[in-house]
Ligand binder design. Sequence first.
Ligand SMILES: Nc1ncnc2c1ncn2[C@@H]1O[C@H](COP(=O)(O)OP(=O)(O)OP(=O)(O)O)[C@@H](O)[C@H]1O
Ligand SMILES: [Mg+2]
Length: 354
Amino acid sequence: MNPWATWLTTYGTARYQLSRKQGWHAFATAPARPPFDILTRPAMSRLSEEDLEDYNEARMVWNANLPTIKTSQLAAAYGICDQVMASAYRDGDKLRGSVVIDAEPGLGKTTIATRYARDFHRRVLRRDGPLTAEGHQRWPVAFIPLSAGVTLKGLNQQILRFYGHPAVDRASTSKLGALAVDCVTSCGTRLIVLDDLHFVDFRHRNGLEVSNHLKGLANDMAATFIYVGVNLTAKRFFDEGLLGEHTVYAQTSRRATRCPVAPFGIDTDTGMRGWLALLRTAEEHLVLADARAGMLCEHARLLHRRTQGRIASLTNLLDRISYLAIVTGVEAVTAELIATATVDNASESAARTG
Ligand SMILES: Nc1ncnc2c1ncn2[C@@H]1O[C@H](COP(=O)(O)OP(=O)(O)OP(=O)(O)O)[C@@H](O)[C@H]1O
Ligand SMILES: [Mg+2]
């Protein structure tokens, strides 16, 4: 086997199922992919057809997996999480606070929450070991993605599924909640990430039930919660669907700390510096024969226009540009390729009207 085929067997695209404890653990403990040398054009032309195919395949995997970049948005969000986690040192009989990562689509919310939780997972396992004092497996973090129209029962089932609890489809609705608390307690889970919380409609009876249940769970579980979702303020997560003067009774608002995530703006010097720093990191990452420093930064404004400074649109665009750079033999990022590559629907319409 050539070195790239060998590399691909271990470091090919990983299909983690984060919503199960084994998948989460595999993600949290996966080693970083080792880099490989960038071949020059003459070196590439000496490869056999199959070797070249494998080299290109390995480059596709590498290019599409940018390391998590410490953007100012990510650093600010980590700062908030760290502060809220300071209350996690409280004994289990006292309530902990929670973080709410609330922003528009595609700004890196899930990335922030999963990377923060991953670091925490590793740290706790390193310090406290794989087993709890009672001999249970320790799972410091639970990752619970929600789906559309989630109900109270669905939420509890999703928690039990994470832990692989056998009663998930059998237990009665009232029993499910207690089992979920048992799992969290016996596995020593200290951080729970609930992703895509915008699927809960807080103005609807089902949603209010979920919201109240979440408060109940926060009371019963000695864990800190990170809630993640799109436009949660507008969806009335904080005031729990209450209207007018009743909103003062909303407990969630007192217990939660909101963590906004903004797109990159380039109208100020600081904004432009942040955008350039992001592009520079991405530029250094790409494995292309004619890659050079500045090939992305020189097109900072064009890239911003095409993506509106949204990191998800940028990473999608870069995947496509680097794919095109490989298959067309351009082997670098150029203005033509940036203009040719298609972007997601939202970016496309915003770029047209903006
Ligand atoms: N700090 C980062 N460094 C590198 N890439 C990032 C970073 N943040 C986000 N990304 C990229 O942007 C993509 C979208 O990010 P993510 O899924 O976290 O956004 P989101 O706000 O949760 O989106 P959605 O609203 O669709 O759930 C990721 O797949 C990743 O490629
Ligand atoms: Mg997300």
